[in-house]
Design a protein around this ligand. Sequence first.
Ligand code: C2G
Length: 129
Amino acid sequence: GRTVLTYGTFDIFHIGHLRLIERLAAMGDRLIVGVSTDEFNAGKGKRSVVSYDDRAAIVAAIKGVDLVVPEESWDQKRKDVVAHEVDVLVMGDDWTGKFDDLKDVCEVTYLPRTAGVSSTEIKQLLSAL
Ligand code: C2G
């Protein structure tokens, strides 16, 4: 069967994340989602509101998600693609081109983001309350 792989932070899970995951689930027979660890985020100077354990549990609970793996480094994608025999890596188009170096081990495609929603916007709205 066809295996699809993506990565994300999924902090404050919202409809944009869900719409992406639904499209990914429809692209293949198996969907693997890498969720960034708190340590990996810290390395990027990012701190998520929601802990890794909770972000991973929420993503794992979504229909169509078959496996959640921790994303601990930028360079694990190639290992994950090979280890899980991934056919296609898919990311939102804010990442367009960024993972094309993996095209020697899998297809790489970028899907349009869902407009009007992002974890950053939600945090801004909340801080203005
Ligand atoms: N996304 C989307 N529409 C939105 C917001 C996000 O389609 N309105 C997509 C993003 O393009 C991404 C995924 O949802 O593919 C997860 O988004 P984030 O949680 O913001 O993940 P990000 O910080 O982009 O982390 O190694 C890659 C990183 O782990 C990706």
